[in-house]
Design a protein. Sequence first.
Length: 522
Amino acid sequence: MTAPPETPIALGPSATARGLRLQITAPDGTTGTPTVSEIGDGVWQTALRTDRQPFTFTAVVPAVDAVTWWSPGSTVLHATIPPSWADPVDTTALSGIPIGALLLRGDRPGLDYALDARTAATSVRAGLVEETASFVVVGTVSDTVLEQADRAAALGFGTVIVDDGWQTTSSARGYGTCGDWEVATEKFPDPAALVAGLRARGLRTLWWIGTPFAGHSSRLRAEGLPTLYGEPGLDADVLDPRSPATRRHLVDRITHLIGHTGAEGLKLDFLERFAGPTGTPDDSTITATAQLLDEIVTQVASVGQDPLIEFREPYVHPAVARHSTMLRVGDCPLSASQNRVGILDLRLARPGTPIHSDPIMWADDDSAERVAHHLINALPGVPQISMDVLRLSTGQDEALEFWLGVWTTHREVLLHGDLTPERPDLLYPLVTASAAGRTFVCRYAPQPVRLPTGTWRDLLIANGDDSTPLLLDGPPVAVHIQLRDARGRVTQESDTHLPERPTPLPVPSGGLAHLTRAERES
């Protein structure tokens, strides 16, 4: 995926039905015509002669039901799906092996690959292509945002983050227009009216800022402010925060943006770039970045109320994160488990700080159950959603509405109750939050759930795993049980007496169990 695919490879109707596309890029024209044969059901073999010239081979499949990207190795990051812009993995005959698989729910293969390059070096970049029309707004206009906002407000959203793209008319990747921080009026003719319209719907507005970047196409670049290093792949340079002129420029532009639009806050992105190129942190630039943040927050507060400020991993250290009002998990598109682990790690490391999920997204054809899994994995934090909420299927829309309603109803216990994430070595397969006689259990693996000890009134169990029924274990107790599926539909409701032995509870995948203890037990 390192270059735009140029020549599609014809695979036939079997591949088309599966949504598989193969393309080859050979800029120098030296690559011959590939031969393709389907050697088994869903298995294609491609052969081509390259005369030892480099080429790029791209395979694209839908990400429906995607769970994780697997590749072998004890040092490989597991239980995650990387973004398509992640660093490639280089392999030689002396280092690694070029095989991998996209795994779907139920351990099903979505895409497997194996590359035979003999002793030649290979470089593989595998990941999710994130571009989507989404509520974290990218490349849209004011009317469209407000249409989305009507539905979002009804679903219980509280904040809109206007993400990268509001400052440019271009839809290309990269940060070439960063640095001027003026709203592109072609997209948002009246940004203050947009913010006011969102506020009228009960929604707060945060503007995204690519803080360190001086884009190669920005007017800022002509001003000659000092930079630390170039990022040619991002079409930008990184500004030097030690320069008073640089800090003054950023403070002035950001303060003007908030003052002019009346927005409630900012998402300050890419702050880690101020530390210098990877592996070469510079204490002086880090200290200057902390000073810059102090100046931004102080000056923005002077034109209105104290701003909402979101920081994203990795810059969560208290020395700089004290300037933020919320922290967000790092990028993990389509990876529910990594989102969960990130939320819980930050909850444990930064108690008392609101922790936001990485914006949740799913494939267009994903089931209501898969949507529910994503949302259940974000329940211990504040869910963020990156989908077009007006184009969801009926099942997806019902799952989103149901689980956001569950989170809203029980947010006090989920966010402020006694939190117990179990077994970090197994990526927290069971998470419990308790407060005032109510216990909420999030189940992410086929593990039994224990009844609460002591006096309790309500037990809620969110089943974020495909395994069902789940086992409920504990002392005998009389309860009222209500089970709902991923869309919030009641599947079972009854009064029963739980015996003193493990009891199967048929909670649907992506569903919710609500047990209410009988006031008087016989």
